[in-house]
Design a binder for this molecule. Structure first.
Ligand SMILES: [Fe+2]
Ligand SMILES: [Fe+2]
Length: 316
């Protein structure tokens, strides 16, 4: 029997405007999470189509139950991110174009690639979530706490459930494809594809959102512009060469710049290990905030207002 719970969450995105820079103390992370909301909508639609395509062929009832619970959790994530995206588009209508572009990429992937490839894509991607989202949860005090509580609570819930269902995609992949080497072989292709979608989204954010709102060059959040900024800092005359000219889209600001490099390298190592054929996600340790979140949810705490529920309850 699966342990997964399908939790329905609504985050009051329609109640008042949704800011683009929802955590003003960290514009690069705000931008990255907005991008993630759009990406999740597209990827989770592809996941739903792919898992429903193979569901009738899964003969083991326990695996079928796991697959159904997995895809239902993803469906709830999609619904909540749609509300977030809707709020952003209401405030910044041009973002509809960004969302359409990203949706089109994954719709195309769904119709033009084999189910085997998509199952491996999903398993590869989901395997990276536990190391990366654990780091974000371990740094929630700076990444989430100072921001809009609706956006923060949405991501905390989603990341906790991604860690909760960390084995599901691999269980489904093994039940249908059962070829750990194929999954590893296509990993570079999967990350190249995911990376190209993020670059597309970043360019679109630069085009549609004013610098005043986004504060940073959206393409710089992955760190690609940093070497240029460092060189120009040490050798200012380089500035006159076009190759070293600073971006017209604003200052460079890499995400996680305040998180110790050691911690980030450990995540990179975890991501690499997650692609190996013998990887077993069930063995990974739950970050303390995920354990706390699950306990608070069970106790009836309002997890849709993670940082403000206790102060609201005190006022009532
Ligand atoms: Fe999800
Ligand atoms: Fe997931």
């Amino acid at each position: 029997m699966t342990d997964l719970q399908v939790r329905k969450m609504r985050f009051a995105f329609a109640d008042y405007p949704v800011p683009f820079n929802w955590n003003p103390s960290d514009p690069a992370f705000s931008l990255a999470t907005n991008m993630l909301s759009f990406l999740f909508l597209a990827i989770e639609k592809m996941i739903s189509a792919t898992v429903h395509e193979v569901l009738p062929t899964i003969t083991d009832p326990e695996i079928a139950e796991e697959a159904l619970a997995f895809v239902r959790q993803e469906g709830q994530h999609s619904m909540a991110h749609r509300q977030h995206a809707k709020g952003l588009i209401k405030a910044y209508p041009a973002l509809q174009e960004t969302l359409d572009e990203i949706m089109a990429v994954y719709d195309d992937l769904t119709t033009t690639t084999s189910v085997k490839y998509r199952l491996a894509y999903i398993a590869d991607l989901e395997a990276t979530f536990t190391p990366t989202f654990s780091m974000m949860l371990n740094n929630a005090d700076t990444l989430f706490a100072p921001g809009d509580d609706r956006v923060a609570s949405l991501f905390l819930w989603h990341f906790v459930e991604e860690i909760e269902h960390r084995s599901s995609a691999l269980i489904i992949y093994d039940a249908i494809v059962n070829d750990p080497w194929y999954r590893m072989r296509i990993a570079p292709q999967v990350f190249e594809h995911g990376g190209s979608v993020m670059v597309k989204a970043a360019n679109s954010f630069n085009k549609h959102i004013s610098l005043e709102e986004r504060q940073v060059d959206a393409t710089s959040i992955f760190g690609s512009e940093l070497w240029k900024a460092a060189l120009v800092k040490w050798f200012p005359p380089l500035r006159k060469y076009r190759r070293f000219a600073m971006s017209q889209y604003g200052p460079s600001n890499r995400i996680y710049s305040h998180i110790p490099l050691r911690e980030q390298l450990a995540v990179a190592f975890g991501v690499m290990c997650s692609q190996l054929p013998r990887h077993n996600p069930a063995k990974q340790k739950l970050p303390p905030l995920a354990t706390e979140w699950l306990a608070r949810y069970e106790a009836g705490y309002d997890v849709t207002h993670w940082y403000t529920a206790s102060s609201q309850a005190a006022q009532d």
